[in-house]
Ligand binder design. Structure first.
Ligand code: ADP
Ligand code: MG
Length: 491
């Protein structure tokens, strides 16, 4: 190919073409290397989480056929190939969550879309069925042994990754950690319910699952469920006339963990059902653990009787970690992943990334990926580079809270006014603007936005959005206001 080019243009084009061929093959090689690296790393982490026989029987035969990371590394589509249909189904059902969680850790992406497929050249039926039988045999032996059962997916829905052993304690979370330990050792005692609250990525889900995993290992019946899933399951039980089963499922538990309770705001039927579930569990001294982004009193739109119930046990907050804790978390996470992080690099990351642990983890994963991709040691320079790709991402993160705060400030209102019940024009208008911005700049759905604005119905948000969109066509001052608000929000 190069020869042809040399004939037509010995100077410029050849240089450009070879450069582009070189670049393309480099990109290709790089992608291949990256894919291989992601998978190798994931396998070693999955291996740590599973019984070695389970790992060899089910996980080792898998291969990673495709991985597509979007530009920001937020979403990754991963395709896994299984050697046969039986393996495909078994893995998907039983280990899908472990694989997805691990891939999330390794790629630093918080949204993993996992797809499974069966190898294209299927094995002859006899071999394949022999394999299946063999795998079945392995499983039945394992089941008889009942080895470390909690590592196999079960109905508890717990994330095995989160336990007390890998939770770093600092001033920011000492109390929450101590209470959680206490609760896990003694379910249904005085600390019931335990209400854990704090900002995004500060360890609420981690702590709640740690309580669950400890209790489960002690033979307790545990269920962790996000309040969103609770809503969905309630709706589908209502629809299919299976309310009794729904009730029974919750009410026989020793420990119920509801993660991110804030999503039941504005959903009256769910709150009603949850109230009864709560009482039933509480009466039989089953433990309830709730996580939330706010204290019960600040959960506007939550029924008062639930607020009262939630405040009746003990509340513990999680604060953003201080510098020393951030360093300790980085060191612990890198050790867990099997690589060593030089002190100066840990300090640099901890200095630059101070808002939440999830971001800190993301930076660490990215740094590790950079170093294996470029085949270089982790050092300050590489860290600077990895951080550069994180920081702009953070400034892009616009939350509904930030929108409410910014809009309230601009129009001299309090947030309470903005999300409250009053319907005077000088409040309605900014409220509609804020709803419009939430819809435009965040990924929240209409019902979620309604919930965040004092538990309003989604139709109110749809209406607000429509009003602003229509006005924007010819209302120049409004257009200017929105532009300046967006500019401020994008920081
Ligand atoms: P939240 O539920 O509060 O949004 P998570 O529990 O999901 O936050 O935590 C985000 C990530 O940060 C998780 O991977 C978790 O393991 C990690 N993390 C948070 N706090 C700690 C801590 N104190 N020690 C170790 N890891 C932590
Ligand atoms: Mg969480």
């Amino acid at each position: 190919m190069a020869d042809v080019v040399r004939e037509t243009d010995p100077q410029g084009d050849l240089k450009r073409l070879t450069q582009s061929v070189y670049n393309n093959s480099r990109i290709h090689d790089k992608q291949l290397a990256q894919k291989k690296d992601v998978w190798t790393k994931s396998l070693s982490l999955i291996k740590d989480q599973l019984d070695s026989q389970i790992y060899s029987a089910w996980i080792k035969p898998l291969s990673l056929s495709r991985i597509e990371l979007d530009l920001l590394g937020e979403r990754a589509i991963v395709e896994i190939t299984a050697p046969n249909k039986f393996c495909h189904e078994h893995v998907k059902q039983n280990y899908g969550h472990i694989i997805a969680n691990t891939l999330a850790d390794v790629t630093g992406s918080n949204n993993i879309v996992l797809r499974f497929k069966v190898a294209t050249s299927p094995l002859a039926p006899s071999i394949s069925s022999a394999l299946s039988k063999n795998s079945k045999k392995v499983t039945s032996i394992l089941e008889r042994k009942k080895k470390r059962a909690y590592l196999v997916k079960d109905s508890s829905n717990l994330n095995p990754k989160y336990h007390f052993g890998n939770f770093v304690v600092g001033a920011c979370n000492q109390f929450a950690h101590a209470v959680s330990m206490r609760v896990s050792e003694n379910l249904g005692s005085n600390y019931n319910p335990l209400f854990i609250y704090g900002g995004v990525g500060l360890g609420k889900t981690h702590l709640a699952n740690a309580i669950g995993n400890t209790s489960r290992a002690a033979g307790k019946k545990v269920l962790v469920i996000s309040s969103e899933t609770f809503v969905n399951e309630l709706i589908s039980s209502l629809r299919s006339n299976k309310m009794q089963e729904f009730k029974d499922r919750f009410r026989s538990l020793d420990l119920l963990i509801i993660d991110d309770i804030q999503f039941i705001i504005g959903k009256e039927r769910t709150q009603e059902e949850f109230f009864h579930t709560f009482n039933a569990l509480h009466n039989r001294h089953s433990q309830i653990v709730i996580t939330s982004d706010k204290v019960p009193q600040d959960l506007t739109g939550l029924e008062e009787r639930l607020q009262t119930r939630f405040s009746s046990g003990i509340s513990a907050d999680l604060q953003a970690p201080d510098f020393e804790t951030r360093v300790a978390i980085l060191i612990k996470k890198s050790e867990a992943q099997g690589f060593s992080l030089p002190d100066d690099v840990a300090r640099l990351l901890a200095e630059k990334i101070d808002s939440n642990v999830r971001e800190l983890e993301g930076a660490l994963n990215r740094l590790h990926a950079y170093s294996s991709l470029h085949n270089t040691q982790i050092g300050i320079e590489l860290a600077e580079e990895a951080i550069r790709s994180i920081i702009p991402e953070r400034t892009r993160e616009i939350t509904t809270e930030l929108i409410q705060k910014t809009v309230a400030e601009k129009y001299n209102l309090s947030i309470k006014d903005l999300i409250g019940k009053r319907r005077t024009q000088h409040i309605i208008y900014p409220r509609q603007i804020a709803m419009y911005l939430c819809r435009r700049l965040t990924t929240c759905s209409y019902p979620e936005i309604g919930g965040l604005f004092g538990g309003r119905d989604h139709s109110t948000v749809i209406h607000a959005n429509k009003v602003i969109v229509e006005k924007l066509n010819n209302d120049i001052p409004l257009k200017k206001d929105i532009e300046s608000l967006e500019k401020r929000l994008k920081g």
